[in-house]
Write a protein that binds this ligand. Structure first.
Ligand code: SAM
Length: 297
């Protein structure tokens, strides 16, 4: 349902009519153009903008000529800052909460502030917009009907592997945030523990060097092991567990490879069938190569 915008440009109410309450305002994940009109009007009308990092948000505010007071609200000062924000809200203030990028609360601070505001009977609303999580999911080319946002995996290998074990049976696409310097080892653990699933590494979304690399987990692990740590920000999207593939005999393997070779290169055809069946990619590559050579004779 579409409703009359509150405090939006072209709306019937001027900025100062923005009702009291806490506004969760999504901000760009890279491209400064990715912000809604209502988000901008809300920031312009807020009494106070609570930022994960005031310096980061000041760039966005300067870009749009917004001059409103800001304050820090992040994991290290939240316990102290929260009561002051709640007090301002109780007095009828309009507080906008933003994170450095994307949607506040999604792997970012804000959950306890929202809970405290609701507990105090304060109106809480959202100016929805970008999120790296949804952007990556929508670009991955993987099932979107059911997904689990895992967030960051533990940095230490043992804890990371335990977490991956706990995710293995979940019948959903998994979304993992990962740091560039841990990407290769993390993908290798994913490939070992989750098995041969199709996946995508989405990097620098909406920015100049946006890239989405789609391949089975083991191929992605091999790529980043060789290429080294990529630059920028990364989301890994992993397809749900593959249904137990029916056992294929050699003729069926060659038939499927033949179909794939009509539109894929040899390595890609082998990778796709490996992801579909869990069969060893090296063996499939050798068969696909033979078929391709035969077809050229
Ligand atoms: N709340 C944010 C959101 O909704 O997008 C996510 C915050 S989380 C702390 C930051 C992580 O999101 C980064 O480390 C990276 O994994 C991912 N991320 C943020 N911006 C991104 C971008 N432009 N491209 C790819 N991943 C991005």
């Amino acid at each position: 349902m579409v409703t009359e915008p509150r405090g939006a440009p072209g709306g019937s109410k001027p900025d100062s009519d923005l009702p009291p309450g806490l506004y969760l305002v999504a901000t760009p994940i890279g491209n400064l153009g990715d912000i809604t009109l209502r988000a901008l009007e809300t920031l312009r009308a807020a009494d106070l903008i609570a930022c994960e990092d005031t310096r980061t948000t000041s760039v966005l505010l300067a870009h749009y000529g917004i001059d409103r007071p800001t304050t820090a609200y992040h994991e290290h000062n939240a316990e102290r800052a929260r009561p002051r924000l709640i007090e301002l809200l109780r007095q009828g203030g309009r507080v906008a909460l933003v994170s450095d990028a994307g949607t506040p609360l999604i792997s970012d601070p804000g959950y306890k502030l929202v809970a405290a505001a609701l507990e105090a009977g304060i109106a809480v609303t959202t100016c929805p917009g970008p999120s790296a999580v949804i952007a990556a999911l929508s670009l991955a080319g993987l099932p979107t009907d059911r997904f689990l946002m895992v967030g960051f995996l533990p940095p230490r290998a043992a804890a990371r592997r335990t977490t991956l074990q706990s995710l293995k049976a979940i019948e959903a696409t998994l979304i993992v945030l990962e740091a560039p310097h841990r990407l290769a080892e993390s993908l290798a653990d994913m490939a070992t523990i989750l098995g041969p699933r199709p996946a995508a590494v989405a990097r620098e979304l909406t920015k100049r060097f946006e890239e989405v690399r789609r391949a089975p987990l083991d191929a992605l692990a091999a790529h980043y092991r060789e290429a080294g740590a990529p630059k920028g920000e990364i989301v890994v999207v992993i397809g749900p567990p593959l249904e137990a593939a029916p056992a294929l005999d050699d003729a069926a393997i060659d038939e499927r490879l033949g179909t794939l070779l009509a539109s894929h290169r040899v390595g890609e055809a082998a990778a796709v069938l490996a992801a579909e069946t869990g069969l060893p990619r090296r063996m499939l590559y050798a068969r696909a190569l033979k078929l391709a050579v035969k077809a050229e004779e």
